[in-house]
Design a protein around this ligand. Structure first.
Ligand code: SAM
Length: 205
C-alpha cells in the first residue's frame, strides 16, 4: 500500500469520526449489529480465555469489548492506520494495547500471537488486484500460533460488485491461495449476504 492510499484511509476515517463519533458508522459499518455479527463469526474460530489476540485494522478496538462481553479474558492488541480512531480506542478501552500503523510497519515475530483477527480492513479498493491483501494474509498466518480469522467482501454479491470503491474477492480464489499456507482452512458465508470469513489453523494447534 503506497503513501497516498494510506493517507486516503486515514482522512476518510478522520472525517467519518467527526460526523459520527465513537459509532460503527465512523468505521463505515451500517450498524452495531452488523459489526458484532462479524466479530461473533471471527471469534468462533475457537478463541479461549488466556489467548493473545492481534486485531489488524482494529478501528476503535470494539472487538476487545465484544470479546470481553463473551467472558473471554484475553491479551488484546489492536493496530490501525488511523491515529484518530486509536486515540478514541485508548480512551474507551484502557485495558487494551494499541499501536498506530500498518501491519508491515511492525513486522511482529513469527507465531507471536495465538490468534490474528481482521475485520473489514481489506475492504477498501486499492486497485492492485488483491496483491496487498494476499501479502497481509500470508503475514498474519506467519504471525499466528493457533490460527487466523479474517473477513472479506464477497464479489458474488451484486451490491458489493457494483461499488467501485470497495475491494471484494471470490471465496474459491481465496481458498486456492490459502491452500499454499495450510491444509486446515475453512470458509463461512452463512451470516451476512455480502461477506465471508476464512479460518486458517496451524496443524496441531
Ligand atoms: C471497516 S473498519 C473496521 C474496524 C474494526 N475492525 C471493526 O470492525 O470495528 C476498517 C479499519 O481498517 C483500518 N485499515 C485499513 N487498512 C489498514 C491497514 N493497511 N493497516 C491497518 N489498518 C488498516 C481502517 O483504518 C479502519 O479502521
Amino acid at each position: 500500500m503506497n503513501k497516498q492510499q494510506r493517507q486516503r484511509i486515514v482522512d476518510r476515517h478522520k472525517d467519518a469520526l467527526l460526523r459520527h463519533g465513537h459509532h460503527p458508522n465512523a468505521l463505515y459499518w451500517s450498524s452495531r449489529e452488523i459489526q458484532e455479527k462479524r466479530f461473533q463469526v471471527l471469534s468462533e474460530i475457537g478463541i479461549q480465555s488466556g489467548d493473545s489476540v492481534l486485531d489488524v485494522g482494529c478501528g476503535f478496538g470494539d472487538l476487545a469489548a465484544y470479546l470481553e462481553g463473551q467472558n473471554l479474558e484475553l491479551d488484546y492488541t489492536g493496530i490501525d492506520l488511523s491515529p484518530d480512531l486509536i486515540e478514541v480506542g485508548r480512551e474507551k478501552y484502557p485495558q487494551a494495547k494499541f499501536s498506530v500503523g500498518d501491519l508491515f510497519d511492525f513486522d511482529p515475530a513469527p507465531q507471536s500471537y495465538d490468534y490474528v483477527l481482521l475485520s473489514g480492513a481489506l475492504a477498501e479498493q486499492i486497485s492492485d488486484n488483491g496483491a496487498y491483501a494476499r501479502r497481509v494474509i500470508e503475514r498474519i498466518y506467519a504471525i499466528c500460533r493457533k490460527g487466523v480469522a479474517f473477513n472479506l467482501l464477497d464479489a458474488r454479491n451484486d451490491w458489493v460488485a457494483s461499488r467501485p470503491d470497495l475491494q471484494s474477492f471470490h471465496p474459491d480464489e481465496i481458498m486456492k491461495f490459502c491452500k499454499e499456507l495450510t491444509e486446515q482452512r475453512q470458509t463461512r458465508d452463512d451470516y451476512l449476504d455480502n461477506d465471508f470469513t476464512v479460518y486458517l489453523r496451524r496443524v496441531n494447534a
